[in-house]
Ligand binder design. Structure first.
Ligand code: FUC
Length: 743
């Protein structure tokens, strides 16, 4: 038994030491929520932590808390907004003139802490948001007894009054759309006393306090019941009862065990930073890293995307929206909604390659729950008359924005339906979960193929085009836009592979394969660029960006979808188109006074990686550290704050290290010269593979390939390839020349 305790202690020590390098830390409290506060979440409920000594406030959100409804008009202004519950406030009037202040978020353990000294007392706060317990936990402790006197308020953002009962504060209400919501704070004192003082709880001379917070609504991902389920009261009360019957340590241990079961699947080492860099608070450090490479901060940025995805997207909940899970206002930018023309897809780019496949399930669940409303809206829209003039009868289309009630807003994004299908296919391709493919992915992929079978138009030369498409958010609406063509190609190609994997629908599979091969492919323009539209533009929209010229620095690189996330254009299989894509990508540029945004850099990191250019990929990554593209809390900054870049850069870094879109596992396909040595463990590759690799002096030092089922693998490093069989539990290890070792 003693050995086990010693081992666990040592293990925890190692975790804390390695985790400490994965810590965001600051020497002052947060002033603004979305830009400075530190985020914790359990996939459903989230907290933003501000950390002021005399007033801790925890902004609370929960993923189903939306106004709006099915919004049949499709008007952007009537689709509703993601809401915030408001703030749990802990007022500590005596905690002024604090010294030795530090606030931190340790993403290796998903714990946030605040420490300071005031009046000769050392104070500590610790916060986490537990997935297993379903509550947010905040613990206040001190090195002297009786040091906590103050009050706790529940500040509801919709003005609901607080009901106070012994050690519990509750606020509940109903939004204009009929959604019921409730949140509760239970206070567990250590010593001292807690009593009601009308609409808040007063505590006096406590040695410490633990707050347990739960929040929820009666939202349900169920169209047939108008997206309503059970009143949240009983569920929240039960969660808090169960949590209050556990010790703080027990709650923390079960939280950390749950978090580590996902987070610890992938470790990354990009080499050492300097002691000077490690000694900088994060709000200063990231600005320096924009100028001078900081490998440990780049590693933290990679793991931050995984931390945020685990914290805001867990099975049973709703997917990450434009702000992930967090939101401190009831009229957030772009509704804090799901944008279908790059943003929500980017949120999920890291899920499969960085070993978080279950974090993508909420995206599939939401899509599935919205389909009845989306089909209805599409069938009713004159925008989707078929070439023969019929109203759309099969499948669905999506507008650029959507909420959680089947409601959509702004312009239709013609091929977002096919882009969403790519995520279902990728989940299968990485996990090789045949049941998921058969029961979940294949039906929506086939339905969307049928939609495009009905809607594609045929040019006189027999090539197929998407009619009246648009390259998001600039340029004309016209037939044969590259973005639209590439996404439908991707859908058809993935559908063919899905039908082959299941061995079904051979006749329809052949029909779609033939249509795929007839799709108009993107062309190459006069200055060697990949054409964004069917014909090269020689004019520019009055007052807007140049189109199709070297001065077109638009934030979107939609015409490069086929390079990433798609796989139609690769240096190996389509060298001319890949070279043209590079010309277009280089032309988009990185000038801060252009239209480029934080998520643009994430996408461009992945694009350069796919084109085998590690140094330019790293150059894009480094842009993210500038104060123009990243907030002090390392959230992406559009502006305003937006989270897709946080997820996208994690995927982009993974793409620099391992790729698998060409039917083989490519090791170090885009290693930048600024990462001369390092290692990564646990990345996933299509085909059900897990990949470890290390490198020294910029060259592969070794790799280990594991499989979740018996299969064969082809591994590539540079011009060399090796083929071998892999079985579960029998990893294949290779040296830097791809020679098998350890046999
Ligand atoms: C798309 C982008 C914008 C922004 C918005 C949320 O419209 O073009 O830059 O990211 O989504």
């Amino acid at each position: 038994m003693r050995f086990l305790v010693a081992f666990l202690f040592a293990f925890r020590l190692v975790q804390i030491c390695s985790a400490s390098a994965l810590t965001l830390w600051y020497l002052q409290p947060a002033r603004s929520g979305m830009n400075e506060a530190l985020a914790i979440g359990n996939g459903h409920m989230g907290g933003l932590l501000f950390g002021a000594p005399d007033l801790e406030h925890v902004n609370i959100t929960e993923d189903g808390f939306w106004t709006g409804g099915e919004n049949p008009s499709g008007q952007d202004g009537t689709m509703g907004n993601y809401q915030t519950f408001g703030d749990a406030a802990v007022l500590l009037p005596a905690h002024t003139n604090a010294v030795n202040y530090r606030r931190e978020l340790d993403i290796g353990t998903a714990l946030s802490r605040v420490s300071y000294e005031a009046g000769g007392v050392k104070y500590q706060r610790e916060f986490f948001c537990s997935h297993p317990a379903g509550v947010l936990v905040a613990r206040f402790s001190a090195d002297k007894p009786g040091s906590y006197t103050g009050q706790i308020e529940l500040r509801d953002s919709h003005g609901a009054s607080t009901v106070v009962w012994t050690n519990r504060l509750t606020a509940a209400g109903v939004l204009d759309n009929g959604l019921k919501y409730e949140w509760q704070i239970v206070v567990v004192p250590e010593g001292g006393s807690v009593e009601s003082n009308g609409t808040s709880l007063a505590f006096s001379r406590c040695d410490g306090l633990t707050l347990l917070i739960a929040a929820g609504t009666d939202y349900a991902m169920d169209y047939t019941n108008h997206y309503r389920g059970q009143d949240p009261h009983k569920r929240l009360t039960a969660l808090l009862k169960a949590a209050s019957e556990k010790s703080y340590d027990a709650l923390e241990q079960e939280h950390e065990a749950d978090f580590w079961s996902l987070f610890d699947r992938v470790t990354l080492d990009l080499g050492p930073s300097s002691a000077a860099q490690r000694g900088l608070p994060t709000d200063q450090r990231h600005l320096e890293a924009f100028q001078k490479i900081d490998p440990e901060l780049e590693r933290l940025l990679f793991q931050y995307g995984r931390y945020l995805l685990i914290s805001c997207s867990r099975p049973g909940g709703l997917p990450a929206n434009l702000q992930g899970l967090w939101n401190d206002r009831n009229d957030p930018p772009w509704h804090s909604d799901y944008h279908a023309n790059i943003n929500v897809e980017m949120n999920y780019w890291p899920a499969e390659p960085t070993a978080l496949p279950e974090c993508q399930l909420p995206f599939f669940d939401l899509i599935d729950s919205q389909l009845p409303a989306w089909r209805k809206a599409t069938a009713a829209s004159p925008e989707f008359k078929t070439p023969s003039g019929e109203m759309s009868a099969r499948g669905f289309a999506i507008r650029t924005s959507h909420n959680i009630y089947g409601g959509m807003g702004w312009k239709w994004d013609k091929t977002a339906n096919a882009w969403y299908c790519r995520h279902f296919w990728e989940h299968y391709d990485f996990t090789r979960d045949k049941d998921f493919l058969r029961n979940t992915a294949y039906p929506i992929m086939k339905e969307t193929c049928e939609f495009w079978e009905d809607h594609l138009e045929t040019l006189p030369d027999g090539r197929l085009v998407v009619p009246k498409g648009w390259s998001p958010e600039h340029g004309p609406t016209e037939d044969g836009v590259s973005y639209n063509q590439e996404i439908v190609w991707d859908l058809f190609d993935n559908y063919v592979r899905a039908a082959d994997a299941l061995g079904i629908d051979g006749e329809y599979r052949d029909k779609i394969a033939a249509m795929r091969d007839k799709l108009l492919a993107p062309g190459i323009g006069s200055w060697g660029q990949l054409l964004e539209w069917r014909t090269e533009k020689t004019n520019s929209e009055p007052g807007r960006l140049e189109l199709d010229t070297r001065d077109d620095h638009h934030r979107h690189t939609s015409h490069l979808f086929a390079v990433y996330p798609g796989h139609q254009i690769t240096p190996a299989t389509t060298p001319a188109l890949a070279a043209a894509a590079k010309v277009s990508l280089d032309a988009r540029g990185i000038s801060p006074d252009s239209d480029v945004r934080e998520w643009s850099f994430a996408w461009r990191t992945a694009l350069y990686a796919r084109l085998g250019d590690g140094d330019d990929a790293h150059k894009m990554l480094q842009q993210l550290f500038s104060g123009r593209n990243t907030c002090p809390n390392l959230f992406g900054l559009h502006p305003p704050m937006q989270m897709d870049g946080n997820f996208g850069i994690t995927a982009g870094i993974a793409e620099m290290l391992v790729q698998s879109q060409d039917g083989e596992i490519q090791l170090l396909p885009a290693l930048p010269t600024v990462w001369p040595e390092g290692s990564v463990k646990g990345l996933r590759a299509r085909g059900g593979f897990e990949v470890d690799e290390s490198w020294k002096e910029g060259k592969l030092a070794g790799a280990s390939i594991r499989a979740t089922a018996p299969t064969t693998a082809r591994v590539r490093y540079g011009a060399k390839t090796v083929d071998f069989s892999v079985a579960p539990g029998k990893p294949v290890t290779l040296d830097g020349s791809l020679k098998r070792t350890g046999e």
